[in-house]
Design a binder for this molecule. Structure first.
Ligand code: SAM
Length: 421
């Protein structure tokens, strides 16, 4: 899935704080939108990066489509909007970041033209034959994503390419700089400004595998106890070892109701859906995630586990089930309502923590289920998912608990029964 346009679906709101650049000012919102959200859609590292590029690297900004500006890991579109007068390539692992960028372009009445290209970070950022002149990287929290991106970037830069990373100082470690040194070349940092810092890397290490090694992703991890092998691309949840909560749900999966169609929402590497098919070999599974690397991992892991049944699985990039539900009627093997949804909800989003995504997942799962269908959720006991499921479904029962985790199930009731609850 190299190039695509994220579809905008969410309402647009105004009265937002302004992101000031040397040439313009923009209203920027975060996704998901949260009532009374006090967090801004950009940080001091975005500001430092934009100001430095305009003041010191203006010559490297190019209006020719041949050499667009490469922007990696723009969280909500601040960087893309700041350079929207130039051809840009937005390269990220997060579909929600692409969605937010698109919505912020609309919010500021900037037409999304061919000059803005979205690329998933599960793909290489190959757009033209010419090397990039300027690459700006919002340094991600996960080192594995940076490592994989630097390896993927290497064939598309030359010794003239300017590479500038940026992050809040607390997110730049020796290990971060060591990756730039190892894969790109000589690396220096700027002084800190408002607790943000820049990283400058000169591309002076030869491109050959002998000198820089190669990306360790995807890695293949086998869990002997459960007897499952999973491919993990960079940035994927529990990429080195099966998560304890995931394992707990798998251990109780024999109690799941029989289902013709199962949705694994927030599928990560696909562990839950793949194991569900072991208990129910005739089921169809839809794997859904907002991370491109997660979907790539789930696809490879599923094909490894069930090479004989590729048609029983489908893979969907989606914000919760928003885009999945839209495309559902066009996907032959997911037609009709699901009877079971499996979920180990996320509680981190890029750099913030919250339960908004869990709420959305619960509500949209209820809508995607057939009457009588069930949603099974595993989570830390302290997260209180039973309250949320109870509110969304009108019922919730406990399937199993241990000192740390709980498995909950909620049933989709018909309208009459829901009204009575
Ligand atoms: N199911 C996998 C497992 O048990 O190993 C992964 C669980 S992990 C706790 C949560 C997953 O939700 C991550 O893969 C993350 O990328 C995904 N996610 C986060 N926000 C999402 C959203 N808005 N829509 C869809 N998936 C999302």
């Amino acid at each position: 899935m190299p190039l695509y346009t994220p579809q905008t679906t969410l309402p647009i709101m105004n009265n937002l704080e302004q992101f000031q650049t040397p040439t313009a000012s923009f209203s920027l919102k975060r996704l998901p939108e949260i009532a009374n959200d006090t967090l801004r859609a950009w940080d001091a590292a975005d500001e430092l990066l934009v100001n430095t590029v305009y003041s010191d690297y203006g010559d490297s900004l190019n209006k020719s489509d041949n050499q667009p500006l490469l922007i990696a890991n723009d969280n909500f579109g601040a960087l893309t909007l700041a350079f929207n007068e130039y051809p840009v390539v937005c390269w990220s692992d997060s579909f929600i970041s692409h969605l937010a960028t698109n919505e912020n372009l609309q919010l500021n009445n900037i037409e999304k033209t061919e000059a803005i290209t979205f690329v998933a970070s599960s793909d290489a950022p190959k757009i033209t034959e010419s090397p990039y002149k300027l690459v700006i990287i919002k340094i991600p929290k996960t080192l594995s994503l940076l490592e994989d991106q630097l390896y993927k970037l290497k064939p598309f830069i030359d010794s003239d390419t300017k590479i500038i990373g940026a992050a809040m100082t607390k997110n730049i470690h020796n290990s971060t700089l060591a990756l730039f040194e190892k894969i790109i070349g000589t690396t220096t940092t700027s002084k800190a400004t408002k607790k943000a810092r820049l990283v400058f890397a000169e591309n002076n290490i030869k491109n050959s595998e002998d000198s820089i090694g190669k990306s360790p992703y995807p890695n293949l991890v086998t869990d002997e106890k459960i007897q499952i092998s999973l491919f993990n691309h960079a940035n994927v949840f529990a990429k080195d070892k099966l998560d304890v909560g995931t394992r707990f749900l798998i251990q109780n999966m024999d109690q799941c109701p029989t289902a013709e169609h199962i949705i694994d929402i927030g599928c990560g590497n696909g562990a839950l859906g793949i194991m569900a098919k072991r208990y129910q070999p005739n089921t169809k599974i839809s794997f859904v995630d907002e991370s491109f690397n997660a979907i790539a991992s789930a696809k490879e892991s599923y094909n490894h586990a069930y090479p004989e049944s590729p048609a029983d699985a489908s893979f969907h990039i989606s914000n919760a089930l928003e885009q999945f539900i839209d495309e559902d009627s066009n996907t032959p093997n997911t037609k009709g309502k699901a009877q079971l949804v499996l979920c180990n909800p996320p509680f981190h989003q890029v750099h913030s923590i919250g339960d908004q995504i869990a709420w959305e997942m619960f509500k949209q799962s209820r809508d995607a289920l057939a009457t009588g269908g069930e949603m099974w959720v595993v989570g830390n006991r302290h997260l209180g998912y039973h309250i949320k499921l109870g509110k969304v479904f009108g019922n919730c029962r406990t399937i199993a608990t241990n000192p740390k985790f709980v498995i909950l199930a909620a049933t989709k009731l018909d309208k009459l029964n829901r009204a009575r609850k």
